[in-house]
Design a protein around this ligand. Structure first.
Ligand code: FES
Ligand code: FES
Length: 177
């Protein structure tokens, strides 16, 4: 099976029942993506495939041949952290290394979904040209990624600041109130 992982082509001989998550960890040696529940419930295994977020524990690698997969290891470029990674540090958006890779990949995929006009379950105005990145909208869209230690507020602040300056200001204002 052939893939492009973090910009590098890779050719893997693996059992056809191998998940994308196991492909990354066991065959590509990329340990950044974590196995939490292994059943689609926690989001720890989230990666980007051609820019879209997926739960890699539920995805069969064989179905993703030829696709471009990005993991947390591929977010920084030339030693420079992705703006969202910097914001996570600034806002204390993480406490463990376990769920953070999935949170980062999920948020990047989510921002692209909003930019494409993909509605969430709570988006009211489906005809809007631009979906408002309210705190509620961000929380709903990130609800598939669990943080067991409760760093949600920092995570949302980091996402808001990275993808919408105004939303970040509102979030901080609310936190101060
Ligand atoms: S490990 Fe994939 S969703 Fe939990
Ligand atoms: S940052 Fe990982 S559980 Fe909260």
């Amino acid at each position: 099976m052939q893939f492009t992982i973090n910009g590098e082509p890779i050719d893997v001989t693996a059992d056809i029942r191998t998940s994308v998550l196991d492909l990354l960890r066991n065959y590509a040696g990329l340990m950044g993506t974590k196995k939490g529940c292994d059943q689609g419930a926690c989001g720890a295994c989230t990666v980007l495939v051609d820019g879209e977020r997926i739960n890699s524990c539920l995805a069969l690698a064989v179905q993703y041949q030829g696709r471009s997969i990005t993991t947390v290891e591929g977010l920084a470029k030339n030693g420079d952290l992705h703006p969202l990674q910097k914001a996570f540090i600034e806002h204390d958006g993480f406490q463990c290394g376990y769920c953070t890779p999935g949170q980062l990949c999920s948020a990047i995929g989510m921002a692209a979904e909003i930019a494409r006009g993909v509605p969430s379950a709570i988006t009211r105005d489906l005809a809007a040209e631009q979906i408002a990145q309210t705190e509620t909208e961000l929380r709903e869209r990130m609800s598939g990624n669990l943080c067991r230690c409760g760093a949600y507020n920092g995570i949302i602040e980091a996402i808001a600041e990275t993808y919408s300056g105004q939303a970040a200001a509102e979030t901080k204002e609310r936190a101060r109130a």
